[in-house]
Design a protein around this ligand. Structure first.
Ligand code: C2E
Ligand code: MG
Ligand code: MG
Ligand code: MG
Length: 275
């Protein structure tokens, strides 16, 4: 009976694995279809100046509204796109859509777009970005690309060369989620970053973690002494905003200032429409 039991539980484990594999398969199929049919959207979340409260930038964030599951997080579908070899296509769509949309904003409002490490692999990133700028008419100086340290882990000189080329066009380069990876000083010194974004995990825990406050202070000091803009993500409360501002953080992003919204709902777009 013991043997039978074991086999029984083994089967049910296999059945579970089967089920998970089928689910994943279905999600992949649906995602492929969504990309093909242009069912992805781009939402925009403001980055504000912590002194004045003025909106200085919007970050483009990809969205997928699945017919049955509802909104699927980019934390799920971006890795899926990477695995399925669709990230270049998705990245191109987000860049083109967002650059076109940003043309409707006041000229002093910038656009930032996330770029996957895999988009650095096939050598098309530079031309994808330049094409999106020229097709939309958006000046390179209004675009920032957000990369994570994973990009810098890619072997060989290529990411470095691509980043320098992008920078040479006038495009800003932000180091996203800073503090969660290796946070190596040599990266900061050897790549032409224009901005550091402190990861939201430090901001969300700053009231209970002395260590988070130490990291935040150190990163702000480092960024400022290197002449970079320092931004913090995940600001949900006034007390967090006030702390970051008092420590010298220039820009903030978070639910306190606004969630990601579709283009038509943005305050800046409405202003232009009304004018
Ligand atoms: P990220 O680039 O670090 O973007 C910030 C994430 O934090 C967004 O999640 C945003 O909605 C969320 N967030 C903003 N303010 C707050 C806050 O006050 N509290 C909390 N709890 N969260 C906040 P989202 O939109 O789900 O995106 C997750 C990640 O997916 C992004 O992290 C980015 O790494 C990736 N992603 C999104 N769109 C794209 C894209 O077009 N391309 C690529 N390669 N990655 C993308
Ligand atoms: Mg980002
Ligand atoms: Mg981030
Ligand atoms: Mg993050």
């Amino acid at each position: 009976a013991a043997k039978g039991d074991r086999r029984g539980s083994c089967r049910s484990f296999e059945a579970q694995m089967d089920h998970a594999a089928q689910e994943k398969n279905k999600l992949e199929k649906d995602f492929r279809k969504a990309v093909r049919n242009g069912e992805l959207d781009v939402f925009y979340q403001p980055l504000v100046n912590l002194e004045s409260g003025a909106i200085e930038c919007y970050e483009a964030l990809a969205r997928w509204n699945h017919a049955e599951r509802g909104s699927v997080s980019p934390e799920i579908f971006v890795p899926l796109a990477e695995e399925m070899g669709l990230i270049d296509q998705v990245g191109r769509f987000v860049l083109q859509t967002a650059c076109t949309e940003a043309m409707r904003w006041p000229h002093d409002v910038k656009l930032s777009v996330n770029v996957s490490p895999l988009q650095f692999r096939n050598g098309n990133l530079l031309s994808t970005v330049i094409n999106a700028l020229s097709a939309s008419g958006l000046p390179a100086e209004r675009l920032e690309l957000e990369i994570t340290e994973a990009v810098l882990m890619e072997k060989g000189p290529r990411p470095a060369a691509i980043i320098r080329n992008l920078r040479a066009f006038g495009i800003g380069i932000s180091l996203d989620d800073f503090g969660t990876g290796y946070s190596s000083l040599s990266y900061l010194l050897n790549y032409p970053f224009t901005k550091i974004k402190i990861d939201k995990s430090f901001v969300l825990s700053l009231h209970e973690e002395t260590n988070s406050r130490a990291v935040i202070r150190a990163v702000i000091g480092l960024g400022r002494s290197l002449g970079l803009t320092v931004a913090a993500e995940g600001i949900e409360r006034e007390i967090e905003r006030d702390y970051l501002r008092s420590e010298g953080c220039v820009q903030g992003q978070g639910f306190l200032f606004g969630r990601a919204e579709p283009a038509y709902a943005l305050a800046v777009t409405q202003q232009l429409d009304a004018a």
